[in-house]
Design a protein around this ligand. Structure first.
Ligand code: NAD
Length: 347
């Protein structure tokens, strides 16, 4: 476990077991130099406890990078709750998790992630104030989608020299909270859409409302488009799919899109512009963090729109140094985090 913490620069791991509610929770804190560590709470079944620990460690670093590059006054963390195998009282479990968060005295602020909903955050808020994404604050997905839309605009400008999205062909994988809204914004901007989802109803909505062309889930990688926009699963950029891709740009919301770091290099070698996931999908985190800090809507929106500029900067830096984009983004995030950790420990 310590080896894994070392390779991901994890600062602290906190564990809690509450026999009464069957809560089995892990909170991984990656960094706190920039402020309280913020990151979602994942609530899914795990057959191996080690997998839950690995998820928490790996995802916490991603949150640090995301917060650092978005210029937010937060470090990164992730919590993982192992879903009980048998019947359990969900509300009681979430309230117990809130009490666990309290023991960290504000070091960690939780949010929604895979397997948790606004109603869970409402339960957590009954026992702690270190929680976002409650029904009082609203859904971050439209802000994530707005950031992705801006990211697609920045990417097509950089790679294709286009000043607008009229006629640009975008293939979208996953039409959920984020993907559907991205499709709406793209359609409004005059883009041509090819879409897929596991849920046929989501596809039908896009066909009816945005004149989208639909393909089967396995076919989406083979679509001859300008932009591939992954908004479903992580780890879909692997060797097999890279061989199939016929696009100039990958820009979408899914977390952890690269199956391994080497796949970012393979995209670079193939001349495909890759928009680092934790940069382009930061809109939701920006919304959550700034709303927690009681910032007005106009400021939140302005900050989300800045994703456009941040991406252009990273693309230009990668081009200047002849490096893969994901490596430049990692280095930049690590430099920001390490500078704030040093300042923090000197204070
Ligand atoms: P969601 O669950 O609402 O939607 C995901 C959609 O993808 C679903 O409709 C699902 O059927 C579809 N899907 C899953 N596997 C698929 C496959 N193999 N082929 C085609 N479609 C598939 O999730 P969301 O909130 O829209 O988030 C989408 C992605 O963006 C996730 O990876 C998430 O981690 C990431 N993300 C979301 C936010 C946010 O604000 N919601 C923020 C940052 C990152």
């Amino acid at each position: 476990m310590f080896k894994q913490m070392e390779s991901y620069d994890t600062q602290r791991l906190h564990f809690c077991h509450d026999a009464e509610t069957d809560l089995k929770a892990i909170i991984a804190i990656h960094s706190t130099g920039r402020g309280p560590a913020i990151g979602g709470c994942r609530f899914i079944p795990y057959s191996q406890e080690n997998d839950a620990i690995t998820d928490a460690i790996r995802l916490a670093r991603g949150m640090s990078y995301k917060a650092a590059l978005a210029g937010l006054p937060h470090g990164g963390a992730k919590s993982v709750l192992i879903m009980p195998e048998y019947d359990f009282d969900r509300a009681a479990l979430m309230q117990s998790f809130g009490q666990f968060i309290n023991t960290l005295n504000g070091e960690y602020i939780t949010a929604m992630d895979s397997g948790t909903q606004v109603t869970d955050m409402d339960q957590i808020s009954r026992t702690t104030r270190w929680v976002t994404c409650t029904s009082m604050s609203g859904d971050p997905s439209p802000y994530t989608a707005l950031g992705v839309f801006e990211g697609i605009k920045a990417s097509t400008k950089f790679k294709l020299g286009k000043d607008n999205l009229s006629g640009v062909h975008v293939s979208i994988q996953g039409l959920g909270h984020v993907g559907y809204e991205v499709a709406r914004l793209l359609h409004q901007a005059g883009a041509r859409l090819t879409v897929t989802d596991l849920d046929n109803e989501r596809i039908k909505l896009c066909q009816q409302n945005f004149s989208a062309h639909a393909v089967d889930p396995d076919e989406i990688y083979k679509v001859n488009a300008d932009v591939f926009c992954p908004c479903g699963l992580g780890a879909i950029i692997n060797t097999q799919h890279i061989q199939q891709l016929k696009v100039a740009i990958i820009a979408g919301s899914a977390n952890n899109q690269l199956a391994e770091d080497k796949h970012g290099d393979m995209l670079n070698d193939k001349g495909i512009l890759y928009s680092p996931d934790y940069l382009i999908n930061a809109g939701g985190l920006i919304f959550v963090a700034l709303q927690y800090a009681n910032q007005p809507h106009a400021i939140i929106k302005q900050k989300v729109l800045q994703i456009h500029h941040s991406l252009l900067q990273i693309y230009q830096e990668a081009e200047r140094s002849n490096s893969s984009i994901h490596r430049i983004a990692d280095q930049k995030a690590e430099a920001i985090i390490s500078a704030s950790e040093k300042l923090h420990s000197a204070a």
